[in-house]
Design a protein. Structure first.
Lengths: 318, 326
């Protein structure tokens, strides 16, 4: 059972992710962040529920839509924001940007811009953990789209036959860019695939942080006890377009509205109020998140950039 | 000849549309190319005209896209596959390199694999290390593949039409920063042959050999150099394989100097091949060593100032030309 304190921590983390994304979007509009990025708004319950089920020294691998994963795994908001601004104080010294944030110290083995390519890496990390007998597990985030890459099939099967301590967490937001899961899969539920690899397949409500936490916790227990991998499908939804250039022509307004009404943050907020938490406690947490974000923006803006000479020295290790 | 002004993206779309209207065997396959119209909007409107049977959206399965194109080509279709970013060619390299490229030869000349694989290349969009590559050099190394990289809307249209009609696998590299550039193209239907370069600017002092966006940057550099009375000839190779050797050799005969400019990391890239070609075949015409100007030896960085330094810019081209002329 989760304590109230733990639930409040989850609330804070989800709210922080939401505000991080909203302010990143504002900064993008203002020209302080460039390129493109993929907002996690609407999916916060998945990252937070899942990472809450891990020990701090467990590993995750992340995706192109990874800001939420990083923050849920304990990343420093300042260094995240600085990375988006391309500054040397960012997690990747400004070399990686939004799609490539890694925080190896905190167990975040990195995000990838190549859909599906994080899955074999998660499997390799789990192999390393098993060989080192360090008791750690690896949580591998990926989208519904990634499940149709060759990398997914090869890696998931390998993890199953080697019985590795890895949890495959599919964030099924029903679209890969414009391509709906209805068109991309010949099966009803993505989790059904697990049977084909000989591992448990579990569906959780990705809009309910507590349900995600429960589902992932069980898979983590199994992985830690040498029970091998689990495939979890968290059904969720991205409220925003795929990336900054998406005109959203492939989804109806009604569908988007229906999902927005199931906002995972509102849901946890209502749950906490029902449990007797006072509104002002939640307001104070929101205020704290707000300040953390503002400080991060300031930090990012004031930070310097890497020089070309410094960047050149980073291509090879000594 | 009457002309009209179109963007590079529109020119590519026109080529696709014209060839699809002409030959029912031509079809498109790729990710988000239907309703979404392609990540860079190139295939917009084609789903409406040709329907889902000929504009096929696929799951994220690059290897299957390339393989499906090859297989369909083997049985008589003329597929045009789109790989959303050329960085993802790594995911379908087996299909292209081991299968598509070698099939005809290994089947003793008994097969034809007429497919085109279109893909955006290049840095300059702030998309960092997985979406900014220029991998065209890799594929020029594979016998059996043709490799095309146009710099202008006119060339893009004429070359793509020829590529679709070609009986070999053709990799067609489109530069992201060129999609919105405009150019006058003939109203009438036209084709441009693969393997023919073009002199984009005439000059007597030095030849710049380039392709894709580096042609445009070289032309800008040539303008600047002209103010200092340096007359640069700019050759646009347009297709890297087959290659228009003759055009380069003729030009160097006249200018006696050359530089090769290209976007991928300098080491081991296609430009190095141009230098050795001139060494072998134009040594007696040369008054100075042929120099290469390629990209930095590093993955594409996200920071925009570093990203700009990653690949040759106009000022870098001006500088290297002066260096050769000294
Ligand atoms: C191998 C590969 N193919 C295509 C793309 C372009 N692309 C980026 S994200 C994306 C959709 C990914 O969908 P999904 O895995 O469901 O994640 P979501 O964006 O929905 O979170 C696509 C097609 C890519 N980055 N990598
Ligand atoms: Mg998705």
């Amino acid at each position: 059972m989760l304590t109230q304190e733990e639930k409040l921590r989850m609330f804070y983390s989800m709210y922080l992710i939401r505000r991080f994304e909203e302010s990143a979007e504002e900064l993008y509009m203002a020209g302080k962040i460039w390129g493109t990025f993929h907002l996690y708004i609407g999916e916060e319950a998945v990252a937070v529920g899942a990472c809450s089920a891990l020990h701090p020294d467990d590993y995750i691998t992340s995706t192109h839509r990874g800001h939420g994963h990083c923050l849920a795994k304990g990343a420093d908001v300042k260094r995240m924001m600085a990375e988006l601004m391309g500054k040397r104080t960012g997690y990747c010294l400004g070399l990686g940007g939004s799609m490539h944030i890694a925080d190896v110290e905190k167990g975040n083995l990195g995000a990838t811009g190549i859909v599906g390519s994080g899955i074999p890496i998660a499997v390799g990390a789990a192999l390393g953990c098993k060989m080192q007998k360090n008791g750690k597990v690896v949580l591998c985030f990926f989208g519904d789209g990634a499940m149709n890459t060759g990398a997914f099939h090869e890696a998931v099967n390998l993890a199953a036959v080697l019985k590795l301590p890895v949890i495959f967490l599919c964030e099924n937001n029903f679209y890969a860019m414009s391509f709906s899961v209805k068109k991309a899969f010949g099966i009803q539920d993505i989790a059904e695939r697990a049977a084909g690899y000989g591992m448990p397949g579990v569906i959780v409500d990705g809009m309910d942080v507590l349900a995600v936490y429960e589902g992932v916790s069980e898979a983590v227990r199994r992985a830690r006890n040498n029970g091998g991998p689990t495939l979890i499908e968290a059904k969720t939804y991205r409220f925003k377009g795929h990336s900054k250039s998406d005109k959203n022509v492939y989804r109806t307004k009604e569908e988007i509205k229906m999902w927005m009404e199931r906002c995972p943050i509102k849901r946890l907020e209502n749950h906490l109020l029902q449990e007797g938490i006072e509104a002002k406690v939640l307001d104070a947490l929101k205020e704290k998140a707000e300040q953390e974000i503002q400080e991060a923006v300031r930090f990012g803006m004031e930070s310097e950039e890497l020089t070309l000479e410094e960047a050149r020295r980073l291509v090879y290790a000594d | 000849m009457p002309t009209k002004t179109v963007t590079y993206a529109e020119a590519i779309r026109e080529a696709l549309r014209e060839e699809m209207r002409k030959d029912p065997g031509v079809f498109l396959i790729g990710e988000d190319i239907g309703l979404y119209g392609g990540a860079f909007g190139v295939t917009q409107g084609l789903l409406e005209e040709f329907g889902e049977e000929r504009v096929i959206d696929t799951p994220i399965s690059e290897s299957a896209i390339a393989g499906a194109a090859i297989g369909a080509a083997l049985v008589g279709m003329r597929p045009v596959a789109e790989i959303m970013f050329c960085d993802f060619l790594t995911l379908c390299a087996d299909q292209i390199v081991n299968q598509g490229a070698k099939m005809r030869f290994m089947f003793g000349g008994k097969a034809k694999v007429p497919f085109v694989l279109r893909t955006p290349m290049g840095s300059g969009t702030g998309a960092a290390g997985h979406h900014s590559g220029s991998l065209e050099s890799w594929f020029t190394h594979i016998p059996g593949l043709k490799v095309v990289a146009p710099a202008t809307p006119r060339d893009a249209k004429g070359l793509l039409k020829s590529a679709i009609q070609d009986n070999n696998p053709v990799l067609f590299f489109e530069h992201k920063l060129l999609y919105r550039t405009k150019d006058a193209i003939p109203e009438e239907e036209y084709y441009l042959p693969l393997g023919k370069g073009e002199i984009k600017r005439e000059g007597r002092d030095i030849t710049i050999i380039a392709y894709s966006i580096m042609v445009m940057r070289s032309l800008e550099a040539a303008k600047i150099l002209a103010q200092e009375s340096i007359e640069v000839e700019v050759i646009d190779l347009r297709s890297l394989r087959p290659l228009d050797e003759e055009l380069m050799l003729q030009s160097v005969k006249k200018t006696n100097r050359a530089v090769v400019v290209y976007e991928p990391p300098q080491f081991g890239a296609f430009g190095a091949e141009m230098v050795s070609l001139l060494m072998e075949k134009a040594f007696d015409d040369l008054d100075a060593p042929v120099l290469r100007l390629g990209g930095e030896e590093m993955p594409p960085p996200y920071n925009p100032n570093l990203e700009r330094r990653l690949v040759p810019q106009v000022e870098d081209i001006v500088n290297i030309v002066k260096q050769v002329l000294q």
